[in-house]
Design a protein around this ligand. Structure first.
Ligand code: 5GP
Length: 146
């Protein structure tokens, strides 16, 4: 059993992405959420949705941000279905190191695959040009649906 640490650290990777200090392949953004490509995808088209709230995990997420994350996830999922021609989209979210959480800013994974074909977690770096192209296609599909 690991020790649960619910203290939000301002220097986590997703805080830096939110602050614009490190780059990401942005898919969607509004006043409460940001969606971007996972750099170590567990399947082609793996997207992360994060709230603009300092929450380590689900227990700390405020209702308005919980709702906003799911609304963004719905937009992204519909775009993933269209762009990657995959019906199945896994929605995954890890709470605590024991569950395998590695970045301590709450986030939802949206992964276009089948649970039996899910790749290894946070393991292999993707090709950046491919991620950029996938993000562009997803942005266009979301814009077209608005
Ligand atoms: P967790 O293990 O916390 O549920 O998931 C963290 C996710 O963040 C992993 O899927 C991992 O591949 C991804 N990730 C780690 N570092 C970065 C990064 O610098 N940029 C992006 N876009 N994703 C990252």
């Amino acid at each position: 059993m690991t020790t649960l640490n619910l203290t939000y650290e301002d220097d986590n990777i997703f805080a830096k992405i939110l602050a614009g200090d490190i780059p990401s392949h942005k898919v969607y953004e509004d006043d409460k959420t940001l969606a971007f490509m996972d750099v170590m995808p567990q399947a082609k088209g793996h997207v992360l949705v994060i709230p603009k709230q300092k929450a380590v995990e689900l227990s700390q997420l405020e209702p308005e941000y919980a709702s906003a994350v799911l609304m963004t996830a719905k937009k992204v999922m519909q775009a993933q279905r269209q762009v990657f021609e995959r019906e199945g989209i896994i929605q995954m979210q890890l709470n605590g190191a024991e569950a395998g959480q590695t970045v301590y800013h709450y986030h939802v994974h949206l992964i276009p695959t089948n649970i039996h074909q899910l790749g290894k977690h946070a393991s292999t770096q993707a090709d950046m040009a491919e991620l950029a192209e996938q993000a562009k296609q997803l942005r266009e599909a979301i814009a077209a649906a608005e």
